[in-house]
Write a new protein. Sequence first.
Length: 349
Amino acid sequence: MAANSGTHNVAVLVRDGVLPMELGLAHQLFGGARGPSGERLYEVRTCAVTGPGMIRTDADFPIGAPHGPEALAEADTVIVPASHEEDESLTPGGLPAPLARALDSAAHVRLASICTGAFVLAAAGLLDGRRATTHWLSTDRFARTFPSVTVDPDVLYVDEGRILTSAGEAAGVDLCLHLIRGDHGAAVAADVARRTVVPPHREGGQAQYIQRPVPVRESTSTGAARAWAEDHLHEPVTLGELAAKAAMSVRTFNRRFREETALTPMQWLTQRRVDRARELLESTDHTVDRIATEAGFGTGASLRQHFVTGVGVSPGTYRRTFRGTRTSVRHDPHDSPDPPDSHPRPPVE
């Protein structure tokens, strides 16, 4: 759905054994997204393939699903949370018939799985030839069961365009915010995150977990250096400065940074600067050159290069997508148009 084109229908497909937290986070995040006048941007419906009724959870209480599979056919996005009762027993082509029929009715909408919900999409053949992820405890079984899927066990989520997969429950939060950000921009996603008291943006390529736990003391983590860099994006930031803020050697800082973020310090810094540029494009009328300076890219040409690489479209196209219907902005003569099918979507490396 294009940004700002009306209410977006989200169907959350629940099955016996559903994890209540995953169902709840979809309602909390999408349900909390608001437009400029406070209007709801998403309508979230809980549906079951067997029709309206009570569904068992993996807790000691059931939940009521007020909608049946017809909600999938009417949806713009379908979210498939995990079910500990059946997911890891699924095999290629082995979906129960009602579930297979329900997914067929949603064949042309955006599909996203949380945790082992990826087994459902894979069993339906929807992930064949694609990258995907699931909870790190289940990635080995997933890879053995679905060899036609390229499994990435080390990331929070994978965005393959129409089909997205995420790791465990917390990564489902990141995936939902990623979808909201792609639909309505960074400002709306940040507002949802702020209301929910979660980080507004974790890149999909960030590691699911750290094999060697990082000590709690801030002096032995790169968190303080990252926080400092966030406040100094507009300035030249060197690797040596970041390492010094963490009281580490450059070599140790590099290693620890990759353990904590699955990115190099410079990759992370570039992503943060692109995010800052996106916020400014959405919320100000600043020229591209001024935004380049405030985001730390120095020149408009550098910003355009990194923006196209990171987001997939030029700054001008991004601004017109997310601000064109709300405010007049000055056309940047240096900004060339993108192909008609281009759309802003952060990469997941």
